[in-house]
Write a protein that binds this ligand. Sequence first.
Ligand SMILES: O=C(O)CCC(=O)C(=O)O
Ligand SMILES: [Fe+2]
Length: 455
Amino acid sequence: SWPPTAFISPPSVVLSPLPKPAMAMHASKSSNSKQKNMPPSNKGKGGGFGSKSSSSPHKSKDIGDIVYPELEPQVIKTLIPAPPRDGTDIEGNGDILSEEMYDRLEEIYGLGKFNFGGTGAIYKSISVINSKSNEDGATRDDGEVSSLFGDILSGGGSSQSAVDELLFSPSSSLPSVGKAATSQIKGFTSSFDLNSISPFEKFRVLHTDPMVLAIDDFFTMNECDKYVQMSIDSESNQQQLNKMVTEEKNNLQPMLLGQSQTVGKDSRSKAQRTSTTWFHYYEGVPELMAKASRLLGLEGIGRWEEPQTVRYRRNEKFTWHLDALSPEDATSEVGAGQRVATLLVYLTDIPTEDGGATMFRDLGGDGPLKVRPNKGSALLFFPAAGGIANAPFDIRTLHCGEAVSDSAENEKWIAQLWLRQRQYTPTAPSGNDHEKAFHAIGKYCDSIRINTNSL
Ligand SMILES: O=C(O)CCC(=O)C(=O)O
Ligand SMILES: [Fe+2]
């Protein structure tokens, strides 16, 4: 089973750790290097980087009832901490990402269009949208879409020469980011255009390698409250859902699907979770789906697992675990592949003394890296390296949800998404379907555009 035995007795696919897998070449990388053509040093190998060598003695920490070995010295050497801070930006004061970080996101994590068009983004990642590419003829005016790009670019301190290079590139195979995704449901066409959402500009690099990012102002306070409330409502008054009869309300109404105090047969089956999880219809959480996909620069939402909200009451926690799937689950031919990104959004504020932090055991130097729940901020990290062949899982991302203290003022609430390597088929709640959310996401994107235009 995964993960304990994988570490106590590494499976044969897990190879010896490499001194500086994949990322070593980034350490002093210049922005326009051609190193992209060089395969990462562990390309093609099946194991997780940071995986334990089978030949060395096991040194382990016993955390709860799961034994996780401490990182070995040569694995520790692969860690690259966060850039030096002046002490004031541990939280808040997020900033744009450096080009080096965009390079890492592309080459290690497979996100070549991350935060496309953002201030400080790599403009080679921006695409020109061609609405005519929609096979079903859904129309989105080319001019309208170009002007959106114009807005983004002019607002963002862009590098004009890079933009020119992109726009006038002879290549006809530019990446198509955020194109108006369309689907045909019940006889009408739904579409959404992630370009309506402004690029994110408040990043905090909490750790460089493995990368852990906080994104401030990811959700508005209203969105946070709404996601908490809809989860509570679905629990406390399931009947209420049945009263929502209009199509519009159905589309926007988040739906409680499942609530469980245990987790299923995934990577976390041995971890102890005392929190409560709700599974949501994609169409019930259009803001989350749109923003998450826009942040990661995805062309659609089809690779996301079922969206979840999680409630931690006082004294509740989630013990140390990896989000990555077991190698067997991840490599199943029919499945969606490995989990390559975890995105969580803090829906409530928890002051440091009240606990509830997301903690990464091995990334903090002295003690774990602690991420305090800051309402509206997102946390992004990568259980496996989606930009590297076979998406090796990364044991350096071992993390937990710290217990919320007895006397905490607020409960801890998060919304959460996992990204898979390939198209994912949801299983809960019954009837959940990515395409059914296109209409709601489209409405959300349109509302954002209207707000932006009226500024
Ligand atoms: O609650 C947290 O801070 C972390 C949650 C988590 O790691 C998970 O649900 O996989
Ligand atoms: Fe997790």
